[in-house]
Design a protein around this ligand. Structure first.
Ligand code: ASP
Length: 309
């Protein structure tokens, strides 16, 4: 049973909350597949997307998810809005809130801006990426994909390679996988994988092959060029030589290991181009599951709101 107005992070969720969302996500996926029978759970309400950072997958799948469950969906196109005239975040939020939307799906480069929005809006705030802090629906769709392939999280080894420092995906995944009983190992250059992250319950290993040894899941992450000055590593080619994931790396992982990436992928940097068609890649399934997870989250939030009317 969901009991919160907003959905802005994994950090404060319980194992039961996560199980509840995943169960509902699998149900939603089944209903999507059976759509011809018009079985999809429906709700009523308005949802507005507010993306201060670019997005393909997250924005579009929130859009589709909202429509799938019967929400009236609109977008504030930030690029042509009064944000370009210098209107503040607070004024922008208050404007959308005053129009009576039930849900604001928000992405912003400033970590903590969704918590600020949640405190100041009557609408429910759903995170679509919070600076370098969290990306909760990404972690849930990753979890759904892992659960689908592996059956359980208990004792799984998940190796995540790349720009951990600037990645909200890494943090949300760490919170979620720890809570569910999997073990996370981070790998990448020392400049992008701070040792201090071990205090959050992850292992750190600076050797890619060693870190992938016996992994059940190997996840690549994008180098977040937009969030860093140069200097974290010599250049992208050098990065690829030391930390790029290719087919040969999978010899070190478990035989049935899967390859994940939240995308967009820098092919030839964090993943070798040959992996585009690798049979163990579940990158497309992650995208499909993203719609189901977002349907579940939106539905849950609308249930919460409707029960309180
Ligand atoms: N799409 C994910 C995010 O928004 C991953 C990435 O951009 O690298 O964080």
């Amino acid at each position: 049973m969901w009991n919160y107005k907003d959905f802005i992070g994994i950090k404060n969720l319980t194992k039961e909350d996560i199980k509840h969302i995943l169960d509902l996500s699998f149900e939603m996926k089944q209903q999507m597949i059976n759509d011809k029978a018009r079985e999809i759970k429906q709700t009523r309400g308005n949802m507005t997307t507010l993306f201060f950072e670019n997005s393909t997958r997250t924005k579009h799948s929130f859009y589709m998810a909202g429509q799938n469950i019967g929400l009236r969906v609109t977008d504030l196109a930030i690029g042509t809005s009064s944000v370009q005239k210098g209107e503040s975040l607070m004024d922008t939020l208050q404007t959308i809130d005053s129009m009576g939307t039930d849900i604001i799906v928000m992405r912003h480069s400033e970590s903590g801006s969704q918590e600020f929005a949640a405190r100041n809006c009557k609408a429910s705030i759903i995170s679509a990426g919070d600076g370098t802090n969290e990306h909760p629906t990404q972690a849930l769709l990753d979890a759904m994909t892992i659960l689908d392939k592996k059956g359980s999280f208990e004792g799984l080894k998940v190796t995540i390679a790349g720009d951990i420092l600037h990645s909200r995906v890494a943090k949300s995944n760490l919170y979620l996988l720890n809570k569910m009983g999997a073990k996370v190992t981070f790998t990448g250059p020392t400049t992008l994988v701070p040792k201090a992250i071990t205090q959050m319950g992850a292992k750190v290993c600076y050797d890619l092959k060693e870190s992938v040894k016996d992994a059940d899941v190997v996840m690549g992450l994008r180098i977040q060029m937009e969030r860093q000055n140069s200097g974290a590593f010599p250049d992208l080619r050098e990065y690829n030589k030391t930390y790029g994931i290719d087919g040969a790396i999978f010899d070190y992982a478990k035989k049935d290991a899967i390859l994940m990436h939240p995308a967009p992928v820098n092919w030839g940097v964090e993943l070798d181009r040959s992996l585009f068609t690798a049979p163990y890649s579940v990158i497309s399934e992650q995208v499909t599951n993203g719609v189901a997870v977002r349907m579940a989250v939106l539905y849950m939030i609308m249930e919460y709101r409707n029960n309180r009317k």
